[in-house]
Design a protein around this ligand. Structure first.
Ligand code: BGC
Length: 269
């Protein structure tokens, strides 16, 4: 099999479940060594299960606890990973969460919590990754790029989402942070892109698919008429991180079964 990420080191934040877990497994299949980041002790067992699944198939992975919203923890994670593996080639800026609330009832703490993990967390991890990419520069035995960052965004970087103002604001923010740093670092051969997943079957949106009625309601929003799975995202992330995508920089790849195609208009509006 053609291993597109052979010997590359990938930090995947929020990889103990959901889309992050799916990316970790696809990256391992593509030959990468994977740092399975998890945020809190309660997620340790899940992260270690992901690592065990990867090593059982002959891959390399470690679990690493770090709350991406905490500057000192993020800095330490990159120092420790570089000390252990020599460098970092890929950052999957995936860690994210929802704390939904009617807008008029949303507390500042709820706002700050979501922005802190989803947006500030991506800023902190991207900054530390870029420092390492700039230090190493291009090593053609690894990749044509000095480094690759994939920001996990959402269809809600463009689709407004009532009841989720903090989440949608974080994803809209990711879009322009990603494009801005892609513009800033493309001349240094660093590639930065986003993936915007639609409805992917994970714990974050369980209440949208956990009953037949809920799922039917959700499928109205998806022209392909199926909910996505984490492999759909993991495979897209492997492509974007690989040299096959060497000329792709500063763009968002929507992986959403058509959710952003205004499905309400499919029958004459
Ligand atoms: C959200 C999910 C939602 C999906 C489509 C994602 O970003 O986290 O809860 O199902 O967007 O609306």
């Amino acid at each position: 099999m053609d291993k597109k990420l052979q010997n590359q080191i990938a930090i995947i934040t929020g990889a103990s479940s959901g889309i992050g877990e799916g990316c970790a497994k696809e990256f391992s299949k593509a030959g990468a060594t994977v740092v399975v980041n998890y945020p809190v002790d309660a997620a340790k067992d899940m992260a270690e299960k992901v690592v065990a699944d990867i090593t059982a198939t002959g891959g390399n992975a470690i679990a690493y606890k770090c709350d991406v919203s905490k500057e000192d923890e993020v800095i330490k994670m990159f120092v420790d990973v570089v000390a252990q593996f020599g460098t970092v080639d890929i950052l999957i800026n995936n860690a994210g969460l929802q704390r939904d609330s009617k807008f008029e009832e949303m507390s500042l703490a709820t706002w700050n919590f979501v922005i802190g993990v989803n947006l500030t967390g991506q800023f902190l991890c991207a900054r530390e990754a870029i420092k390492e990419f700039l230090r190493r520069g291009v090593d053609e035995t690894r990749s044509k790029a000095a480094g690759k960052i994939i920001c996990m965004s959402s269809v809600h970087e463009v689709i407004p989402w009532a009841g989720h103002a903090n989440y949608a604001a974080s994803k809209g923010g990711i879009m322009l942070m990603m494009k801005t740093i892609a513009q800033e670092f493309a001349p240094r051969k660093i590639r930065i892109n986003s993936i915007a997943p639609g409805a992917i079957q994970t714990p974050i949106n369980k209440d949208a698919w956990d009953t037949a009625a809920h799922l039917q309601n959700l499928l109205r929003l998806i022209p392909e008429k199926r909910i996505g799975n984490v492999e759909d995202i993991g495979k897209a992330a492997v492509f974007l991180a690989s040299d096959d995508a060497d000329y792709i920089n500063g763009t968002t790849l929507f992986v959403d079964g058509g959710m952003t195609l205004y499905p309400g208009f499919e029958d004459n509006g």
